[in-house]
Write a protein that binds this ligand. Structure first.
Ligand SMILES: [Zn+2]
Length: 90
């Protein structure tokens, strides 16, 4: 079932050219105006600058999850706050 493009390990960062590695993190996504927090998201992390890259399959799955979960799913058990202020783009 696993897509061959799930892993970004070995890809290079388009910002600094560093190598990406596979990590799983708790991430928030804005899907059609709704903010959802997803735990254990597999993504590629640049080992040099820390830039995050989400495989297309992951973004697709998050969008599906946002569709099938109720409005309550927007609220995590505890507030998840970004340590650094994020850009509010998109
Ligand atoms: Zn980088």
């Amino acid at each position: 079932m696993r897509s061959k493009r799930d892993s970004l390990k070995g890809e290079t960062c388009e910002h600094c050219g560093g190598l990406l590695t596979d990590v799983t993190l708790t991430e928030s996504f804005r899907v059609r105006g709704r903010l959802i927090v997803v735990e254990d998201v597999p993504l590629g992390l640049c080992t040099s600058c820390g830039e995050k890259y989400f495989p297309a399959a992951v973004l697709k799955r998050v969008e599906t999850m946002a569709r099938i979960t109720g409005p309550r799913a927007q609220v995590p058990r505890a507030p998840v706050l970004p340590y650094r202020r994020r850009k509010t783009a998109t």
